[in-house]
Design a binder for this molecule. Structure first.
Ligand code: BTN
Length: 297
């Protein structure tokens, strides 16, 4: 989980380290690579390889290297633990082994103009939120741009996040979801996990399979529409899940600037449109959003 000021915990046994045996914590069984391959590598499917590694630095880094070496679209790399996981805005992402889903996918959306690639992190967010809501039975929202959020006792908490990067002409989309994190393991009190949110299903293989299938369907629709967020209905699906719309927000912008106002829309480039107290509308492409008022829209 992203924790800007928390120290790396990779030195502790069971934290940020694969540990001696993947079966030491029976609440956290390992993923079955062979079963995932059997179910996901289907003829004419999007996914072309599925690898599960016991430990790596960052799945995003690994797939970025593969992308630079010319790997084809559709590679999926899952790590049981990362020892140098990265989050948005230069933050770290660290979580105990097998406590969540930590993966990256390699995409080459050749039918889509590069200026629309910015919709991919949103697409990953929509696919993930919708899969978790449907399969785990927990309502998952998206804080702009794509923090996965759940509500626990009336408070919005972060369940996971997405980090998308360009490499070797490909897009590497990384996703981290906290599945079985327990309260004392949270990097910050505002983090959450599916278990803490009372999910009905917490089996990581089930969730991963469902998520990759859902993503593949949405990705096909989006690429067939040449990345158009309107005709592919991606913008509508995102707006339906976005917990930021209609809220009073404070946006921390790059360069230590801040913007305060009401989040009124998502524009055709996926930017958040904020109406400031003087009535002006400002579109924001990158930044960290804080929902100022706690009540939901
Ligand atoms: C965020 O800051 O909210 C994004 C976190 C993204 C974490 C995932 S875990 C798998 C992939 N590999 C990384 O190093 N980061 C992403």
């Amino acid at each position: 989980m992203t924790a800007p000021d928390s120290p790396r915990r990779s030195g502790l046994r069971g934290f940020g380290h694969a540990g001696p045996s993947p079966w030491t914590d029976l609440d956290r069984p390992p993923l079955d690579e062979a079963a995932l391959r059997r179910d996901l590598l289907v003829p004419d499917g999007l996914w072309t390889s599925v690898d599960v590694v016991a430990e790596t630095g960052s799945t995003n880094n690994d797939l970025a290297a593969r992308a630079r070496a010319g790997a084809p679209q559709g590679a999926v790399l899952v790590a049981e633990v990362q020892n140098a996981g990265r989050g948005r805005l230069e933050r770290q992402w660290s979580a105990p082994a097998r406590s969540g889903l930590f993966l990256s996918v390699l995409l080459r959306p050749e039918e889509v103009p590069v200026e629309r690639y910015g919709w991919l992190p949103i697409l990953v967010g929509v696919a993930t939120a919708s899969t978790l809501s449907r399969v785990a039975g927990v309502e998952v929202g998206l804080k702009w741009p794509n923090d996965l959020q759940v509500e626990i006792d009336g408070a919005e908490r972060k369940l996971g996040g997405i980090l998308t990067e360009l490499s070797g002409g490909a897009v590497v989309a990384g996703l981290g979801i906290n599945v079985s994190l327990r309260e004392p393991e949270l990097p910050v009190p505002t983090a959450a996990s599916l278990v803490l949110a009372g999910a009905e299903v917490t089996d990581r293989s089930t969730l991963l399979r469902a998520l990759l299938r859902e993503f593949a369907g949405l990705y096909r629709t989006w690429t067939a529409a040449a990345g158009d967020p309107h005709t592919s209905e991606l913008l509508r699906a995102y707006a339906d899940r976005c917990t930021t719309l209609g809220r009073q927000v404070k946006v921390h912008l790059p360069g230590d600037r801040e913007l305060v106002g009401e989040a009124v829309a998502i524009d055709g480039d996926g930017r958040l449109v904020v109406r400031t107290p003087d009535g002006a509308r400002r579109a924001v492409g990158a930044g960290d959003v804080v929902h100022v008022r706690p009540e939901p829209r």
